[in-house]
Design a protein around this ligand. Structure first.
Ligand SMILES: NC(=O)c1ccc[n+]([C@@H]2O[C@H](COP(=O)([O-])OP(=O)(O)OC[C@H]3O[C@@H](n4cnc5c(N)ncnc54)[C@H](OP(=O)(O)O)[C@@H]3O)[C@@H](O)[C@H]2O)c1
Length: 341
């Protein structure tokens, strides 16, 4: 086990905005009672990291600047504080149900992070760090939203922007539960790829949703999909609503086209289609710590087995965080960017 240095490399944000990122040095903290010092080895770059850095994500509210971004990661136990239970040992590879300092600006885009022992879960030996670091933010909503929609076996669900890391996990997870997912994407070349990834069918969602409505109607005998999951927002929920059954629900869990939704009153007033949100933070926080660890342990096992396949990765040095955040917006980006070091 390498000795713990006094200082560490950290990505620092002097104010909100990608242009305000620098690479600096910070002291390595010491674990207090019930805490564990984790040497972070891998961190994915997620849309929520972009939203954090530009100052529009409620899960990232630094108390002051400079702040360190980064909402998830994988690493190994570097030191144990007093009064820890003995469940973990130095050198053990771990992920967390939450990195408690991250919301206040002490995130995972530095080399050493303090975690509450009760939040840490061991990583299976044969799951690499690049995969394990993606265990929280995308897979947990897959499980949570399946639960929220309570889709019966054999029913059809619509999933927009399904080529995302989260979408590909959902396609596999839902198909093994007998749920037929009609996936949408914005590029024709992705249609076949989504079917290979587990979609029952896939269509391009363009200026209108005619192809989607026709396909879902055909599959459901005109009744409509059980529900829909959308991460685009803007005009998308209103566009896909005619393909959802009367009384069905559209869950909006992302805002890839901006913060507003143009909803159609006719869909809720005359057809009873409901629009609701899903955010993993309160969903997970509502469970006791032991149950949260069980959810994450199950996710790690499902990542190993391929039920929740981790996205392939584009590994870059931690120091290139600013460029990685800019590249996150590239259309057709084929891999999840992971920051190492
Ligand atoms: N609510 C929650 O708790 C929660 C948790 C995790 C993630 N999320 C959300 O889930 C979504 C997916 O996250 P991820 O990490 O899986 O993302 P990702 O791998 O970076 O994929 C993003 C996907 O969105 C598509 N996309 C981007 N902008 C779009 C637009 N304006 N119109 C249509 N499609 C667009 C991209 O399509 P191309 O392939 O064509 O570029 C890509 O397939 C994000 O919105 C994220 O914020 C929410």
């Amino acid at each position: 086990m390498a000795s713990i240095p006094e200082t560490q490399t950290a990505i620092q944000l002097s104010a909100f905005g990608i242009d305000n990122i620098t690479v600096g040095q910070l002291p390595v903290p010491s674990p207090g009672a019930g805490e564990v010092l984790v040497r972070i080895t891998a961190r994915p770059v997620n849309p929520s990291d972009v939203f954090s850095v530009i100052g529009v994500y409620p899960g990232y509210k630094p108390k002051d600047f400079p702040a360190v971004p980064g909402l998830e990661g994988a690493g190994e136990v570097a030191a144990l504080g007093p009064n820890v239970s003995g469940r973990l040992s130095v050198g053990q590879r771990v992920v967390a149900t939450q990195w408690r300092g991250a919301v206040e600006g002490r995130g995972t885009w530095q080399q050493y992070v303090l975690a509450a022992e009760e939040d840490l879960v061991p990583v299976p030996d044969d799951l690499p760090d690049d995969a394990a670091c993606q265990a929280l933010i995308n897979p947990v909503p897959v499980i949570g939203m399946m639960e929220e929609l309570a889709v019966p076996e054999g029913e059809v669900v619509i999933f927009t922007a399904a080529g995302s890391a989260l979408g590909r996990m959902f396609l596999r997870y839902a198909s093994t539960r007998g749920v037929k997912v009609v996936a949408t994407c914005r590029r024709e070349e992705q249609v076949e790829e989504l079917k290979q990834a587990g979609a029952y069918d896939a269509v391009v969602l363009g200026a209108d949703a005619d192809a989607l409505v026709a396909r879902v109607s055909e599959l459901t005998g005109g009744r409509g999909a059980w529900g829909a999951l959308d991460s685009i927002a803007g005009s998308t929920p209103a566009k896909i609503a005619p393909a959802v059954r009367e009384g069905g629900t559209i869950i909006v869990y992302g805002a890839m086209s901006g913060p507003n939704v143009d909803w159609n009153v006719g869909q809720c007033l005359f057809r009873g289609v409901a629009l609701k949100g899903f955010w993993l933070v309160p969903w997970l926080a509502a469970k006791p710590a032991e149950e949260q660890r069980r959810v994450l342990t199950d996710v790690l096992e499902h990542m190993r087995s391929g039920l929740l396949p981790p996205m392939k990765t584009d590994v870059r040095p931690l120091e290139e965080a600013a460029a990685a955040l800019r590249d996150q917006a590239i259309e057709g980006r084929p891999a999840k960017i992971v920051l190492r070091g």
